[in-house]
Each structure stands twice: as C-alpha cells, then as structure tokens.
Write a protein of this length. Structure first.
Length: 160
C-alpha cells in the first residue's frame, strides 16, 4: 500500500481536488464517522455537521453497523461533501450495490457545522443525502442497536 492511501489502498486522500468541484452530501453513521477506524477515507471532505434520518434503523453486524429502512425509527450520523470520484471509490469500499445500496434519503440537519461556509457547496441546508443501506434479509438474525453507532462491545441506546 502506498503512503497516503486509505484502507486497502482504495482512496488516496492527498489527491482530492475539493476546490471548484461540484459535490453532494453523504450521510455516514458507522465506521466512516469522525473518530472511527475508516474515517481516513473521507480525509479532506468538507464536514457538514450532524444529521438525523427518519425511517431507518441500525443493526449490529459486529465490526460495523447496517442501516435498514424501517418505519418508526431513526438514525443519527454526520454529513460530508463528496464528489463523484469519491462516491465511486466509496461504492467499492462499501461493496455497493451487493452488500450496501447507495440511495438518496431525506435528512434533517441537527448541527450545521459548515453549511454556511463560503467554500462549501451547496450553501443551503441539505434536504437529502446519499446513504449506504442494507436490505432486511441481511439482518434477519441480527440485533438492532440504538440510533447512534458506538463501536464498544455492547451498543446502548434506543430509538425514541
């Protein structure tokens, strides 16, 4: 693996041209969040703050969580600005479309960190973001967890 490459050499964080590059919002809820083991894959991506997604529930797959569409629940995560190239690289990392499916989903910003930042695009609060989700059959025998991913041995919290 070369220096500066992300996990498994998939993403070279030093080669992201963020200036004057159109990008979209990505909602992350697991190991891509700040402070988590795979966050380096988003190195340099503009942070947009915390957000909530309704109609999704998190499941504990051991080393990582999986969001599944499920009415009456919500998940909490973070927003990052990503360009088309990074989205394609993340698709490979997430095993999309086989393991995870990348979809646009309505979001509610909770804490808008960089939404008003003049260097950020778009400058308006997002109403939807890309999200990697699984399918119900993938979690048939897997326990649900609370709305926020915590990589400790036991997940706590409940969707309210």
């Amino acid at each position: 693996m070369n220096q500066g490459a992300g996990i498994w050499g998939i993403i070279d964080a030093s080669s992201k041209p963020w200036t004057n590059t159109p990008w979209e919002w990505l909602f992350v809820y697991g190991t891509l969040k700040r402070g988590q083991r795979n966050h380096a894959l988003l190195s340099g991506a503009p942070f947009g703050g915390e957000a909530r997604i309704d109609g999704m529930r998190l499941y504990d797959l051991g080393p990582f969580p999986m969001a599944i569409a499920e009415a009456g629940f919500h998940i909490e995560g973070e927003l990052f600005g990503v360009d088309a190239r990074l989205l394609a690289e993340l698709d490979r990392f997430e095993g999309s479309p086989r393991l995870y499916e990348r979809i646009l989903w309505p979001i509610t910003p909770m804490h808008a960190a960089n939404l008003a930042n003049k260097s950020a695009q778009p400058a308006h609060p997002p109403q939807r973001a890309w999200l990697y989700r699984g399918r119900a059959h993938q979690v048939r025998h897997v326990p649900p967890i609370g709305p926020r991913y915590d990589p400790t041995p036991t997940h706590t919290g409940a969707n309210q």
